[in-house]
Design a protein around this ligand. Structure first.
Ligand code: HEC
Length: 242
């Protein structure tokens, strides 16, 4: 009894393992497979082309451009890593450089890709990076390494984070009208109005209760001192614009 139970359990276990192995090992038909290959000569030629045609926007070091994003490092590989190299080739030859897309010719783009591969951690080898789109499709651009935070599997789209409140949404713009005729509770100008009345129309504070006022908040003006108002006067318009 216990013997045959063990046998059944063992068979079930073996069966499960075969099933799991089948699920894990079965390659997906279309996915790119191979690591890209390129030669050191291709990367060197690509570097020269890059410096001439791309560095002005993407930067001398590929991640220090003033006008365009990095072409190496984690952020770049998050986007292009794990995909066929043909995706990059198609994008670059259709869009880059923006002033003359396609101008490098097939071999030129392939050389620049070789340089990008080198800069993204793939070592040069003896096999050249091919220009043939089908061959490029079979090669995977290196994915970003999973750092301490984990990294994201290629192709996974993360949901957007919660919307952040923009503090400017709650700020009411000051207009000429509000400066000329401020709302009762506002004190937008030095001495409140352009004719320098220094008078608040609010009625909560009266002769009877003014003696109970206490300082709740103060701000010391470093540069001009609290008694000298010229700095403030200079920073606000003193007359309505004509
Ligand atoms: C005039 C500035 C300029 C030049 C020169 C230029 N690029 Fe770009 N590049 C951009 C801009 C801007 C973007 C972003 C475009 C977009 O997102 O649609 C970009 C995007 C890219 C991307 C995609 C980056 C990403 O994060 O997905 C690649 C790859 C690229 N460029 C490669 C090149 C190559 C290779 C060259 C040289 C042959 C080149 N670029 C020359 C401005 C430039």
């Amino acid at each position: 009894m216990s013997h045959s139970f063990t046998m059944v359990a063992a068979r079930v276990l073996v069966g499960c393992c075969v099933l799991i192995a089948a699920v894990v090992v079965r390659p997906s038909a279309q996915a790119p497979q191979a690591s890209p290959t390129y030669t050191a000569e291709q990367a060197a030629a690509g570097r020269a082309t890059y410096q001439q045609s791309c560095a002005s926007c993407h930067g001398q070091n590929l991640d220090d451009g003033q006008f365009a994003g990095p072409l190496k490092g984690d952020a770049f590989r998050q986007k292009w890593g794990g995909r066929g190299v043909d995706a990059l080739h198609t994008f670059m030859s259709a869009q880059m450089p923006p002033a003359s897309p396609g101008s490098l010719g097939d071999a030129g783009y392939v050389q620049v890709i070789a340089y990008l591969l080198q800069q993204n951690g793939v070592s040069a080898g003896t096999q050249a990076l091919p220009a043939d789109p089908a061959a490029l499709r079979a090669m995977v651009f290196p994915a970003a390494p999973a750092g301490p935070g984990g990294g994201v599997t290629a192709g996974v789209v993360l949901p957007r984070g919660p919307a952040r409140a923009n503090p400017l949404d709650r700020i009411t713009p000051v207009t000429d009208e509000t400066l000329i005729k401020p709302a009762e509770g506002d004190w937008l100008n030095w001495r409140r109005t352009y004719d320098a009345q220094g008078f608040s129309p609010l009625k909560q504070i009266t002769k009877a209760n003014v003696g109970q006022l206490r300082a709740a908040w103060t701000w010391t003006l470093r540069k001009y001192g609290s008694a000298d108002t010229n700095g403030w006067r200079r920073s606000v318009p003193r007359r309505p614009p004509t």
